[in-house]
Design a binder for this molecule. Structure first.
Ligand SMILES: [Zn+2]
Length: 183
């Protein structure tokens, strides 16, 4: 399979800010990571974002997901929240039983933990998970959803707002995409 486009979906946006904690807004964090991923992957595979920063005319999620074809890769980026403020760590979701999806998720998961450790970022992993999430079950292509970490965890939130963490996470995901498409 040769993939034609990488679709990056910064979760939420428009009227939906996503999680809010400690003064940070999830939709903006998601967008920061996605813009950084695009800056790298665009050199290797045409990369589009499903939305831009705070555009009030952003399309609905259903329309964004409909843009995907079987020749695309689809990565949705989110930041997590929990009532338990000690909850922490990276999780990546893929559609149950999707072999390419599992592989892409595994590359991203391993890379994010590996590059974070190398950069001195304290980060734990909660593993690969499956869930029947709308964004990954409505796409005909390999699709994953990354929960970068917990905004409700004070240390993780502080870290995830640092440029170093954004760049490291984006670089790790970009390298995973290149591994996956064999470039
Ligand atoms: Zn979210």
């Amino acid at each position: 399979m040769s993939y034609k486009t990488l679709i990056l979906d910064p979760g939420h946006g428009g009227q939906d800010p996503g999680a809010c904690a400690g003064g940070a807004i999830e939709s903006l964090l998601n967008a920061r990571v996605c813009h950084r991923i695009q800056a790298i992957t665009n050199f290797f595979i045409p990369t589009i974002l499903t939305r831009v920063y705070n555009d009030p005319n952003e399309t609905e999620l259903a329309d964004r997901v409909k843009q995907a074809t079987q020749y695309d890769l689809f990565i949705s980026v989110h930041h997590n929240a929990a009532t338990d403020t000690s909850a922490k760590g990276l999780e990546i979701y893929h559609y149950p039983g999707s072999e390419p999806g599992i592989l892409l998720a595994k590359y991203c998961y391993d890379n994010i933990l590996h590059y974070s450790e190398a950069a001195g970022i304290v980060r734990s992993g909660r593993g690969l998970k499956t869930k029947d999430l709308y964004v990954i079950n409505q796409t005909p292509c390999p699709a994953i959803l990354i929960e970068v970490g917990f905004m409700t965890n004070q240390l993780e939130l502080w870290q995830m707002q640092q440029e170093k963490t954004i760049v490291t996470t984006a670089y790790a995901v970009a390298m995973a995409v290149l591994q996956f498409i064999g470039k």
